[in-house]
Ligand binder design. Structure first.
Ligand SMILES: [Fe+2]
Length: 377
């Protein structure tokens, strides 16, 4: 962050950098994005919808280890490069359920990763991405608490990848090519879990809102910091604050501190206070959190529709370089008839208890009838 324009303008009074208005920051002011804004696209049916719900083909080779109750599973004894199309569909279904699935010691290359990920749809392109096929992800050695004073985008905070797009990504895959021995972990939070953790009254309220997902802040920061890109003008998308997952049919909180700046239906201070609450909510939800320690050759595949993630900043010196591929998802929508994950689990439990007790009644009736037929008249 040493390249930020603010670093060149030091207050003689405090000795700290002075924050420049973006319109007077030459790097931002003079940039003309070469591409147009995107229009909505309609991706093909999600591959997870083609999967066997029991995922028998995948689990015939892979050993499943769940890392927490709410989110994150490791698949062992498997090479992604060897999976069949049927197993890849089952993996997608597992990702929609568990939020993120991890692998170690994988033999994929950038080329084979790109080829594999095309199975899941049309590859997305980050607004600042030159190469259409993948984006290089690095680590964070900055104090994210400090840099927010000088540039507006909370780049170190929880987010769903480019959630400001009209069609935000569904699946992302990150494969680590270089990594320090310690530091640079990534954390994921289940947004099914974040929704479940709200009170019923709050759920009802948030169900009725649109969250303002913006690329404006990232736009300014990318230009200020890198002096290149973004390829497209900034965009605000008003997406439902609670979205329905198209595969699982579950409600997921669609508010993230990385890109959401307010709520369309609320007044400014109402919006700000609610954002404050959600910042607390995301950062206190360790019952819906998983933290992954990377090594070279490790891979994570996640679903941006039901998780947020962030890289944990550190002070490590060794380089960190990952290759990320993403595919376009559907435009987020809210189906009022959908249910939360905990609500569904409670309903299924109640239904199975009811079915079991009805079976008991039927069995007793049958047994009584059998006794009747045995009883001599
Ligand atoms: Fe990300």
């Amino acid at each position: 962050m040493a390249h930020l324009e603010a670093r060149k303008h030091i207050s003689p009074d405090s000795g700290f950098p002075v924050t420049l208005h973006p319109n007077f920051n030459p790097k931002i002011r003079e940039h003309v994005p070469p591409d147009e804004l995107r229009e909505e696209i309609f991706p093909d049916k999600d591959r997870a919808l083609f999967a066997d719900p029991e995922k028998k083909a995948l689990f015939s080779v892979a050993k499943r280890v769940d890392l927490t109750e709410s989110v994150g599973t490791v698949l062992e004894n498997v090479q992604l490069s060897q999976l069949t199309p049927q197993q890849l569909d089952e993996l997608a279904l597992l990702v929609t359920e568990r939020g993120v699935v991890f692998f170690r010691e994988q033999d994929l290359t950038t080329e084979t990763q790109v080829k594999l990920f095309k199975h899941y749809g049309i590859l997305d392109k980050h607004p600042a991405q030159k190469d259409v096929r993948h984006v290089v992800i690095r680590g964070s050695r900055e104090d994210h608490r400090e840099i927010l004073k000088y540039t507006p985008w909370p780049s170190g905070d929880f987010h769903a990848d480019t959630s400001f797009e009209i069609n935000p990504p569904s699946y992302s895959m990150l494969r680590m090519e270089e990594h320090p021995d310690v530091g640079g972990d990534t954390a994921w939070i289940s947004t099914y879990g974040l929704y479940d953790a709200l009170s019923d009254a709050m759920k009802k309220f948030v169900d009725s809102l649109h969250a303002i997902h913006t690329s404006r802040l990232q736009y300014d920061t990318i230009l200020d910091l890198w002096g290149v890109g973004p390829n497209r003008p900034p965009i605000d998308s008003h997406h439902p604050a609670v979205r329905t997952h198209p595969v699982t049919g579950l409600k997921a909180l669609n508010v993230n501190p990385g890109f959401v700046t307010g709520f369309a239906e609320l007044k400014k201070v109402e919006s700000d206070k609610l954002l404050d609450f959600f910042a607390y909510h995301v950062h206190s939800a360790d019952d819906h959190y998983v933290r992954w320690k990377w090594a070279v050759g490790s891979i994570a595949m996640w679903d941006n529709r039901c998780t947020n993630h962030r890289v944990i900043p550190g002070t490590y010196e060794a380089p960190r370089r990952g290759i990320r591929t993403t595919v376009f998802g559907e435009k987020p929508y809210f189906d009022p008839a959908s249910e939360g994950r905990a609500q569904r689990q409670a309903r299924l439990k109640e239904e199975s208890l009811k079915a079991a007790s009805e079976k008991d009644v039927q069995d007793e009736a049958k047994a009584a009838a059998a006794v009747d037929t045995l009883t001599p008249a």
